[in-house]
Write a protein that binds this ligand. Structure first.
Ligand SMILES: Cc1cc2nc3c(=O)[nH]c(=O)nc-3n(C[C@H](O)[C@H](O)[C@H](O)COP(=O)(O)OP(=O)(O)OC[C@H]3O[C@@H](n4cnc5c(N)ncnc54)[C@H](O)[C@@H]3O)c2cc1C
Length: 510
């Protein structure tokens, strides 16, 4: 059955990129419909509750939120900033990097705190630490929209060579100190840092944003999605949940006329924006509609690795709340161990105590993330399980999860000796969970892997070869809440005057 109404824009997927694009377009006078396959909106912003704790599935802290910084102004333009429940992480330590010898090193907010604290700990490496900070700032200057600028000769597209700088090579060029290298790149799980592929610009854009304002979302990241939907509705935008798009109809002019959902409903629009992974977009909108060269390039691109997330609900007042994130390293080889599934797994753990409005002294829960390749769960690869399409995976799968949870608890006990006694219950999600809920191939953490050896080939344009189909989300510019929000503006620039839009965002000074 086809719905009679024809929208200016139909957006497939309600991740931060899809919802932000929807709000920008609706705010600029277009009629917009968002279709989301899940029961819960937000994509990686989704949360779940167990034992009265709210667990985030894909957002633990967000950067660029200090007053006047890029994401703060973008969220202001999107109409959500004032209502967000944010908690600034400690100014002198938003990330703590703990090395195999048990010694911890802080990453402070603001370049002064970041560099001066590390220089105190590595006085002989002052030059290297300052060079690291300078290079990060310098690289960020090449990205005009990131700085809410219009773009000039210095923009990265006029200087594409900066995209070919490798982060690992750069670090090696400034210091031979193995400990300092691990400290500077110790938050690598934020971008799945890998010696052979990770570009310096990805590290720069992400680290700079966290240095310039790191915040937790109190009681969960789903508030971002809820506020965006509220804003969308203010401008008469619409959103429908439980609408899985499975195909598209085309007119004689090779333009899409409507999408088809799994329940048989069809929705018509003039333009279509996909917030799905580009490879999935091609599958759903029809392989034969894309030029073979484009289709092959996109579908052969590698994705970042996936993860195992372990969620602990805790006994009351048993474990402290840490107002910073902790990267626990069990090897100095942090950028070369992503795919090591040997008995030493995991080499790195990301740990956070989510911010809750109930207590600032004690943690209600702990979230732990570590790399996991989807091959680890290939035995159950042909099963599918989501809240609206549930199926029970085998007892062998549950046994696998329990074994992995136990490995994580044992690792945690080496750093937090009484941790086991604090646990109320343990839950976990595997690469299959992310694959099924979000639709990212292989349950990838951050979508397409950017590669400094092939920067252009691993970059995705918002325009596709189908005349009225566009892309948005983490795969465009870079991943994360900031990256996908910037991507939404880039997609919207196809329809809204970009100079006016940037000036409006800049007008929010706060
Ligand atoms: C474990 C994990 C931890 C992370 N931690 C952080 C963090 O601390 N800070 C940070 O900034 N970023 C973090 N990220 C990254 C960040 O969450 C993502 O980069 C960002 O949310 C991706 O947004 P997106 O717009 O690309 O859409 P996605 O979140 O990928 O959403 C895509 C949407 O499309 C929908 N969809 C897919 N197929 C269909 C279909 N056929 N029909 C209809 N709808 C469909 C999906 O259901 C989903 O809602 C993390 C990610 C993960 C996985």
């Amino acid at each position: 059955m086809t719905q009679i109404k024809k929208y200016d824009f139909l957006i497939v997927g309600s991740g931060i990129g899809g919802l932000s694009s929807a709000v920008i377009l609706a705010k600029n006078g277009y009629s917009v419909l968002v279709l989301e396959k899940n029961n819960q909106i937000g994509g990686a912003l989704q949360v779940f509750s167990r034992d009265k704790c709210v667990f985030d599935t894909g957002v633990h802290y967000v950067g660029g939120l200090d007053p006047g910084e890029n994401l703060q102004r973008m969220f202001n333009y999107l109409g959500i900033y004032d209502a967000l429940k944010l908690k600034s992480l400690d100014r002198d330590c938003f990330d703590l990097i703990r090395l195999p010898n048990g010694v911890s090193y802080p990453h402070g907010q603001g370049y002064e705190a970041f560099s001066s604290q590390l220089i105190q700990l590595f006085p002989e490496e002052e030059k290297a630490i300052l060079a690291f900070c300078e290079k990060i700032k310098q690289i960020c200057d090449f990205f005009p929209l990131y700085n809410l600028e219009l773009g000039d000769d210095q923009a990265y597209y006029n200087n594409p060579e900066i995209l070919s700088l490798g982060a690992w090579d750069f670090i090696n060029s400034i210091t031979n100190n193995k400990i300092l290298r691990t400290v500077l790149l110790g938050s690598g799980p934020l971008y799945a840092g890998d010696e052979k592929t990770t570009p310096l610009y990805v590290v720069a854009l992400i680290m700079n944003s966290y240095i310039k304002g790191s915040y937790r979302l109190v009681d969960g990241g789903s508030q971002i999605a809820k506020l965006l939907v509220k804003e969308l509705r203010k401008y008469d935008g619409e959103i429908l949940k439980r609408k899985e798009v499975v195909g598209a109809n085309y007119g004689s002019d090779k333009k899409i006329t409507s999408v088809i959902c799994s329940d048989g409903m069809e929705y018509a629009a003039n333009n279509f924006i996909s917030n799905m992974h580009p490879s999935l977009t091609i599958d759903i909108f029809g392989k034969d509609k894309f030029r073979p060269a484009y289709r092959d390039r996109v579908q052969k691109l590698q994705n970042t690795t996936s993860s195992l997330m372990v969620y602990f609900s805790l006994k009351e007042h048993s474990f402290p709340y840490f107002n910073y994130n902790i990267y626990e390293h069990f090897s100095y080889d942090c950028w070369n161990s992503i795919n090591d599934n040997s008995e030493n797994w995991p080499h790195t753990l990301y740990l956070c105590t989510p911010a809750s409005s109930k207590s600032e002294e004690f943690a209600e829960s702990v979230c732990v993330m570590c790399y996991m390749d989807i091959k680890e769960v290939k035995e159950w690869g042909n099963t599918y399980n989501t809240a609206i399409d549930p199926s029970v995976r085998s007892t062998a799968y549950n046994k696998f999860k329990k074994e992995k949870e136990e490995q994580i608890i044992k690792k945690l006990e080496t750093r937090y000796p009484n941790f086991r006694s604090c646990i109320k219950n343990v839950y976990s999600s595997t690469p299959l969970t992310y694959r099924d809920y979000i639709g990212t191939p292989e349950g990838s953490l951050y979508g397409i892997k950017k590669d400094f050896n092939n920067p252009i080939g691993t970059t995705i344009n918002s325009k596709t070869r189908v005349p009225n189909l566009y892309l948005t989300g983490q795969n465009l510019i870079f991943h994360g809440i900031l990256g996908a929000t910037i991507g939404a503006f880039v997609t919207s620039f196809n329809f809204v005057n970009h100079i006016e839009l940037i000036n409006k965002i800049k007008a929010y000074e706060k």
